[in-house]
Design a binder for this molecule. Structure first.
Ligand SMILES: *Cc1c(COP(=O)(O)O)cnc(C)c1O
Length: 372
């Protein structure tokens, strides 16, 4: 067995020559950013791939969420979950909105829709659910709650690129969805992201907000940021998108090998696959039940590190336990999220992960078990 270092992820990159060929014209045009040719091309290609009408590219997924919320001009409370990447909560707070944490489902770690209603007050203006690890939230229930209480629904779909539910693209749901094209995501533009939205008006506002609120040469009509994607990264996206089906297929086979090898390890809980969902195999989280496995998540994390296998406690700590939020919130109010955050471990997952490496990782996990 090899003993090379295995990292938790490895960014997908197009063939070198393909990228170099495509960026060559930039040395003639000198047009590097500000809604350039390739920016427009990538927006069209992504809208087509995701089967959505409106998509606005952004410099990253975080700014996509921050500006999507700003575009809706909301004031008050936003219901979300603490079991997500810190960006979700930061985007809410940086808009002057108050996050209200709802607990998650035990089986797929998305927002527990049975608990949303009891958190709604007269100050509630929106719900920001997260399609965690590419798992689909209960979009039908969320849609009906949104309608009933007149709340905006903005999905953090950073993990859910290309996921479909009942044959429909997952980003078609809600008032808006945001995607991240960060280097570690299933589809990447190095750094990048997008807002998927459903009205011309929202598009007009978003395009202003990502370019300083500049409407035209003399008109600045909103307090915008700078969240534009440049041409080099747009081209990276165009190249990566050409290989996306192969990327997904390879991830699926990694996923299936893992599943076969880890299925019967006592105390290791795998993701439950969802009905009617075409998954993107973005992550491979395992939940370590210390009573059955005989070791804690942190012990396994350390043991694997000693063996040169780098895993990630994703998401841990829980957001309502981080330094910047723990004095305002109590993780006891979201016990399921707390339970999961204390036991979850994302093991290496990327399209190029070879069968030998997967076997090596799985053997370590089995060997370290003390019960059974
Ligand atoms: C990656 C991620 C983001 C932020 O995206 P960036 O492109 O890194 O800014 C937001 N939410 C979730 C759930 C993420 O995983």
């Amino acid at each position: 067995m090899s003993s090379q270092i295995i990292y938790v992820t490895k960014s997908s990159m197009p063939p070198y020559d393909e990228y170099i060929q495509m960026i060559k014209p930039l040395w003639d045009s000198h047009r590097l950013t500000n809604n350039g040719e390739y920016h427009q091309k990538l927006e069209k290609e992504l809208a087509h791939y995701l089967n959505v009408d409106h998509l606005c590219l952004m410099t990253n997924g975080h700014m996509a969420l921050e500006l999507a919320l700003q575009a809706m001009n909301l004031k008050g409370e936003v219901i979300t979950t603490p079991f997500t990447f810190i960006s979700t909560t930061h985007a809410i707070v940086r808009n002057g909105l108050t996050p209200v944490f709802c607990d998650i489902n035990r089986d797929n770690y998305t927002i527990d829709t049975d608990q949303i209603e009891q958190l709604i007050t007269e100050r509630t203006v929106a719900i920001v659910p997260v399609h965690v690890y590419g798992h689909v939230c209960d979009v039908d229930k969320i849609e009906s709650l949104g309608k009933k209480y007149n709340l905006k629904v903005i999905y953090d779909a950073a993990h859910a690129f290309g996921v479909t539910y009942k044959g429909k693209g997952i980003t078609q749901y809600g008032d808006a969805s945001i995607l991240s094209f960060h280097a570690t995501k299933v589809f990447n533009t190095v750094e990048g992201g997008a807002v998927i939205y459903h009205s011309e008006e929202m598009g007009r506002v978003l395009y202003g907000l990502k370019n300083f609120g500049i409407r035209n040469e003399l008109t600045i009509d909103s307090v915008g940021a700078n969240a534009k994607m440049d041409e080099l990264r747009a081209i990276m996206g165009i190249c990566n998108l050409k290989h996306i089906e192969e990327e997904r297929a390879k991830r699926k086979s990694v996923f299936n090998i893992y599943k076969d090898k880890l299925r019967d390890v006592e105390g290791i809980e795998l993701m439950t696959e969802q009905k009617n969902v075409e998954h993107n195999y973005a992550y491979f989280p395992i939940l370590i039940n210390e009573k059955q496995y005989g070791r804690t998540r942190d012990e396994l994390h350390e043991y694997l590190k000693e063996k040169d296998v780098f895993t990630r406690r994703y998401f841990y700590p829980l957001i309502n336990e981080t330094e910047c939020y723990r004095s305002y919130f109590n993780s006891q109010s979201t016990p399921v999220a707390k339970y999961v955050a204390d036991r979850i471990l994302c093991i290496p997952m990327y399209s190029d992960l070879g069968e030998q490496d997967i076997s090596r990782i799985c053997s370590y996990i089995k060997d370290f078990q003390t019960n059974g």
